[in-house]
Ligand binder design. Structure first.
Ligand code: NAD
Length: 490
């Protein structure tokens, strides 16, 4: 651990000394206002770096750079875009340790997951790079009088606004397909974890991405983020964050008629029937809530269990929760690191009081660990009902609410009784039941007898308050490209 901390300090030295700058038109620059804000370590609340505090004028310059670069990047043949983006993937792999170490310190998420997330970032670049040469392909549609030729064109400069959880990987998931499509990007990362976005733009330009194609403006949501969503030069906003922020962005961007892709909150059910492989279901449900600090949009935060196995399942999950190692994010044995920020920790802790007030039982955890930093114990609430706040609101921490059900009908009703609809997990060995339920579950993504395993060509996204639109595979290209039809007479 001490060796890892020393290496992380080395990696972060230049950010400590020079700050985290914006990056506009190939140049690293401070905010126009000269202002900065601090990013802190959730381990001990020490300042990691001062970050450029951008606003509307920085966004405007970044959009101008993206508009200028769009003229050439959008005309760069797909094969050439592919070659550059593959180099970006290779450069990410080469610096994966640096990315992971810095991300651990900036977010509190543990190394065992962040090292994989950095590599996933490279995989995202490779995957979308490979599709760049065919991105503009369309089809011909013919009838007696017309020949219609459809093809796709990149949309223009786009805005990417990302949250603080798994920030590097999530940024690549948006930025790689935008660049593969021929769009240029202005990225506004989350203010709680801005450091690895800075690495991404640096890595991308060193790998050959032309200046102005990817621009970075740090700042708060209410100024830099808002200005990006309102800018007429930005044709689409890819946003990942809270549902209520999505509502604000939609209103802010309405006057300039932008395209949106929203990946928002979740309160995802994992439904375990009595005929399921209980061991696997318990392990998967625990993994999906106690990995990545539970700060993941697809976490299985509601455990719905058939009443006949409720005692056994919740006892086993409580045992797992009690055994999870909470510790320094750079300790290779740590599973749960500190939550991102004291403000977020306060929010998560407030649900422990809420659970007690509402009459749920705290079967594991339910308390802070130590006095320094944002560490809390992995938590399980039992004796809960679905109408309790702890079952309705997204807590976004390692906190699971377990609710029993009597039969299939009740399981379905409880699963769907939420404003969210991102993911659902279903555990049963009855194929007919699985078919019936997957037809009725209100979720954009359903995993049967599995935790969240991603297949990059498949669609990702939610229904209800969990989002609008899909990305992944061709869906990403549909979002970042405009389909144009040309009709010829016959
Ligand atoms: P957030 O909504 O507070 O912030 C996300 C980003 O939006 C930040 O960069 C922030 O600065 C910016 N922002 C805030 N207000 C803005 C405004 N008015 N205009 C423009 N930009 C603005 O979310 P967060 O707390 O950083 O992240 C956690 C949330 O993200 C959770 O709800 C989680 O479920 C969600 N999330 C969803 C997915 C998904 O795929 N569905 C993935 C990861 C996280």
């Amino acid at each position: 651990l001490n060796d890892n901390i020393a290496r992380a300090q080395d990696y972060m030295k230049r950010f400590r000394e020079q700050g985290v700058l914006n990056h506009i038109n190939g140049e690293s620059v401070p905010a126009d206002s000269g202002k900065t804000f601090e990013t802190i370590s959730p381990v001990d609340l020490s300042t990691l770096a001062h970050v450029a505090h951008g606003g509307a004028s920085d966004i405007d310059r970044a959009v101008q750079a993206a508009e200028k670069a769009f003229k050439t990047w959008s005309k760069t043949p797909g094969k050439e875009r592919r070659a550059i983006l593959i180099k970006v993937a290779e450069a990410i792999e080469a610096r994966a340790e640096e990315i992971a170490f810095i991300e651990c310190m900036d977010t509190g998420q543990s190394l065992r997951f962040m090292s994989k997330a950095a590599i996933r970032g490279a995989a995202n670049f490779r995957f979308f790079a490979d599709r760049a040469p065919q991105a503009e392909d369309g089809q011909a549609l013919r009838n007696e009088t017309q020949m219609n030729v459809t093809s796709k064109r990149p949309l223009g400069p786009v805005g990417v606004i990302t949250p603080w959880n798994t920030p590097f990987m999530l940024s690549t998931w948006k930025i790689a397909p935008a660049l593969a499509s021929g769009c240029t990007v202005v990225h506004k990362p989350a203010e709680f974890s801005p450091m690895t976005a800075r690495l991404l733009v640096e890595i991308a330009e060193e790998a050959g991405l032309p200046e102005g194609v990817l621009n970075l403006v740090n700042g708060m949501g209410e100024d830099a983020g808002k200005a990006l969503t309102e800018h007429p030069g930005i044709k689409a906003i890819a946003f990942v964050g809270e549902s209520r922020t999505g509502q604000m962005i939609m209103a802010q961007a309405a006057p300039t008629l932008k395209r949106f892709h929203f990946e928002l909150g979740g309160k995802n059910p994992v439904i375990v029937f009595e005929d399921a492989d209980i061991e696997r279901a318990v392990n998967a449900a625990s993994f999906m809530i106690y990995s990545l600090n539970g700060e993941r949009c697809t976490s299985s935060s509601r455990l719905l269990v058939h009443e006949s196995i409720y005692e056994e399942v919740t006892r086993r999950v409580a045992d797992i929760a009690n055994g999870v190692k909470v510790g320094h994010p750079l300790d290779p044995d740590t599973v749960v690191g500190p939550l991102i920020h004291p403000e977020h920790e306060e929010k998560v802790l407030s649900y422990f009081d809420k659970a007690r007030e509402e009459g749920a039982t705290i079967a594991a955890g339910g308390e802070k660990v130590g006095t320094e930093g944002c560490f809390i114990r992995p938590t399980l609430f039992t004796n809960a009902r679905n109408d309790m706040t702890i079952a309705q609101e997204e807590i976004f921490g390692p906190v699971l609410t377990a609710i029993p059900f009597k039969d299939e009908e009740e399981a379905l009703r409880l699963a769907n009784d939420t404003q969210y609809g991102l993911a659902a997990y279903l555990w049963t060995n009855d194929l007919d039941r699985a078919m019936r339920l997957t037809d009725e579950l209100e979720a954009g993504m359903i995993w049967v007898n599995s935790e969240n395993v991603r297949h990059l060509p498949s669609p990702f996204g939610g229904v209800k308050s969990s989002g609008i639109g899909r990305d992944g595979g061709d869906w990403s290209f549909d979002f970042y490209m405009e389909t144009v039809n040309v009709s010829f007479p016959r």
